[in-house]
Design a binder for this molecule. Sequence first.
Ligand code: HEC
Length: 161
Amino acid sequence: MTTSSFIKNAFIAGAILALATPFASAQDLPPGEGRETLKKVCTACHDIESVPRLRYSRADWQSLVYSMKDMGADATGAEMDQIIDYLTKNFGKGEEGAKKTNVNKASAKEIEAGLGLSTKESEAIVLYRMKNGDFKDAAGLAKVEGVDAAKLAAAKDKIEY
Ligand code: HEC
């Protein structure tokens, strides 16, 4: 093999490796507002594989994100806030991370924010509760028409009855 073909092959192998090992797999970063912003802004200098393993309070995420900004992260103020909200919600610590939503007491707005449901779905839950009384468990909640079962399943650890 000539030197130049060796370099070419090494280059191709490197490119394939880079494609095969993406920054962080989609499962590690739950969907939600801010995910794409995080990927766009935060992978500019390093990968973010370790991020989903961290558990920080909002204040700590905020100071980390701001220190990245100081180091040159290219993000607007709104994008920074979005990233901080996303990280606190998904990789939070203590109160904020573990915050539960009581589907028998919360307002539609609180259900929407806390469980990631749409406005319509959250309102359907409140209306159903007003008509039929408190929910006792997940099976009861699943009876509400028009609420995406996959979203409820994803939020199950955050639901309180
Ligand atoms: C301009 C380049 C740059 C960008 C963009 C950037 N970082 Fe960093 N990041 C660094 C450098 C350099 C370090 C290592 C220095 C350090 O740890 O202080 C680092 C370290 C880290 C660490 C490890 C630090 C620790 O205390 O354990 C985390 C977590 C991190 N970055 C997250 C992020 C997140 C989240 C974003 C998006 C908001 C981001 N980074 C964007 C440059 C960057």
